[in-house]
Design a protein around this ligand. Structure first.
Ligand code: NAG
Ligand code: NAG
Ligand code: NAG
Ligand code: NAG
Length: 285
């Protein structure tokens, strides 16, 4: 009898500890939840029983709304879900959704997200013709800053993370989003922004040199243009060296994973089963 009760408890504990944490997915720009269907299906297939929440907010054109606003709305959903799962959830964002995901972690530092996977997101900003012309076909790269670094331009997500290496003074003066969420400009929320990152178990940054949209592609791993248009990698940038948002803290503790995968175009990351199997599933326990 005692033995039976004990085995019953042990078996239940095993079931509880072996069940997978829920996963929250955030899609990219100009698309919707449908673009995350393959990832969702693969998680459910390989990790049976996983609850996968695939947000359908801000699909299509509404994905161009202000980043803070989107993060606030989707973040409220995420926090509601986390309240049902006190043992924590995982968060995965693709493209702009990866930057939105990170913003949610920072804007809601009370979250209980364990692992955050950034799938080719413009974490350090964006400056490139290929990306620009997806959404603004007629806008010239060199003058885009005139639109984006304005009050009107800051109503758009792209304007919020447009990081023109030739106009850094205007960027810091006008951008209401990226310099703040990256703690390049201190605010009364800077500490919270850092806390929301350092509490993660793991941050996984996936990107690659054949992306063709995220420019420079290193932005997917917090690298960016420095002087003379040369790319400076994460570990040589202030955001890391001065631990502005906690990336160095994570790295020192072995909790930052940087994954570079060649041969993947931007519009393939979320459609490539081998990416899901090799670089996503291992972080969804
Ligand atoms: C979150 O949950 C609260 C209480 O259950 C509810 O009032 C609120 O509308 C929910 N918010 C969202 C964004 O679902
Ligand atoms: C930060 O400052 C703004 C305005 O200066 C204020 O509205 C906000 O409540 C402050 N936030 C915190 C967390 O102190
Ligand atoms: C950028 O170019 C200038 C002038 O050519 C040079 O003096 C400077 O050292 C360069 N900076 C970097 C980081 O390469
Ligand atoms: C899929 O991902 C693998 C790496 O896991 C890469 O080698 C391959 O080129 C990718 N295929 C496509 C079509 O993107």
């Amino acid at each position: 009898m005692k033995f039976t009760l004990l085995s019953y408890i042990v078996i239940n504990l095993l079931i509880v500890t072996q069940s997978y944490k829920p996963v929250f997915l955030i899609h990219g720009i100009m698309t919707g939840s449908v673009c995350m269907d393959l990832i969702k299906a693969r998680i459910e297939e390989k990790h049976p029983g996983t609850m996968v929440f695939n947000t359908d907010r801000f699909g299509g054109w509404s994905s161009l709304e202000n980043m803070w606003y989107q993060a606030q709305q989707i973040g409220s959903d995420l926090i509601n879900i986390t309240q049902l799962y006190p043992e924590g959830i995982h968060l995965l964002g693709y493209s702009q959704g990866a930057l939105l995901s990170r913003t949610i972690l920072q804007a809601f530092p009370e979250h209980n997200v364990k692992n955050f996977i950034s799938l080719s997101g413009p974490q350090a900003g964006q400056y490139g013709t290929d990306f620009l012309h997806l959404i603004f076909p007629d806008l010239a790269l060199k003058s885009a800053f005139e639109l984006f670094y304005s009050r009107v331009g800051q109503h758009t997500s792209v304007g919020n993370y447009w990081n023109d290496p030739y106009h850094q003074t205007l960027y810091k003066e006008y951008s209401q989003y990226l310099p703040y969420v990256n703690n390049e400009i201190k605010s009364n929320r800077s500490e919270e922004f850092k806390k929301g990152i350092t509490k993660l178990n793991k941050m996984i940054l996936i990107g690659g040199p054949d992306d063709n949209v995220i420019t420079p592609w290193e932005s997917s791993q917090f690298g960016y243009y420095g002087e003379n248009n040369t790319v400076v990698n994460l570990i040589d940038r202030d955001i890391y060296k001065n631990d502005l948002i906690g990336l160095k803290t994570l790295d020192d503790a072995g909790r930052l994973k940087i994954i570079t995968v060649p041969g993947v175009d931007h519009f393939m990351w979320h459609l490539n089963i081998s990416i899901v199997d090799n670089f996503i599933l291992p972080y969804l326990d």
